[in-house]
Design a protein around this ligand. Sequence first.
Ligand code: ADE
Ligand code: ZN
Length: 338
Amino acid sequence: MIRSIGSFIRGLPKAELHLHIEGTLEPEMVFELAHKNGVLLPYSSVQALRDAYNFDDLQSFLDVYYAGAAVLRDESDFHALTWAYLCKAHDQGVVHAEIFFDPQTHTAHGVPMAAVIGGIRRALVDGERAFGITHRLILCFLRHLSAADAMQTLEEALPHAAAISAVGLDSAESGNPPAKFASVFARARREGFLTVAHAGEEGPPDYIREALDVLGVSRIDHGVRCEEDAALIERLVREQVPLTVCPLSNVMLKVFERMQDHNLKRLLHLGVCVTVNSDDPAYFGGYVAENYLAVYRALELSRAEIVQLARNSIRASFLSAAEVGVWMRRIDQFVATA
Ligand code: ADE
Ligand code: ZN
């Protein structure tokens, strides 16, 4: 069968490893939940909200993203949000999703931790039953807040530890280095969590090094600024540290001016374990398949390189070695018949 590239990308089994569940909140759902929960929005219409999706940098995006996330108030909201994502992800060939959530955004509005985790988790279980999508949940600390606030959040989450695989670090990177959270991540590791961190999105390559050395992370989220430091690239290749790259996000937040300037292909050719992800798809113009398609077109990737990216996503996941083996064979079967 000769498939179009769009159909090839959608059909290819893949994992999504960098996805903020709050970043899947589509404008229509923002208004629906604002109405349901009596939350006053700083936007007059769905169109006015969409018009605000014109970002200069990470912070200008975060301002809109936190305003949107404020409409999520009860367990059913988190279920609806996560379920809507899983339906889209299933359509795009996602077989395994590792999902970030930002509990501090919600507990600050008085939403109980149990409602946040319970709603997301219930949808993930429903998604596994309906679509066979396996999952991991990653609790992210907001790095613009204090380490003490993060530690308190970790302690509040401990009763729900069975539902959480890893902790991560997101929000405003510049001026908030990974080392600020050294003691929180050390505690999280003692409690048995894996760790990841956003680093090298807007922040310098040294933040990537710090995330590895001080926070003990298994993966770097974004990490694209590693390219400024040859010794760091050598280390990422040697240690096969995965980068969860988000191409549409990087262009929308002006990390790269145009998709043609993106360094994903260069990093791939250097041997870095790069993966493709959607970050905040409701805000950045596409879910994971649109991200694959955008780099395929702008960077003139081959189908073999697209397959390599999907393989990397499975290998970089927190699935067991046996599960990784199963999906690698499924990818081989797909390629043989595509
Ligand atoms: N929170 C949601 N998306 C993010 C991003 N791209 N960088 C940092 N924090 C985020
Ligand atoms: Zn992110």
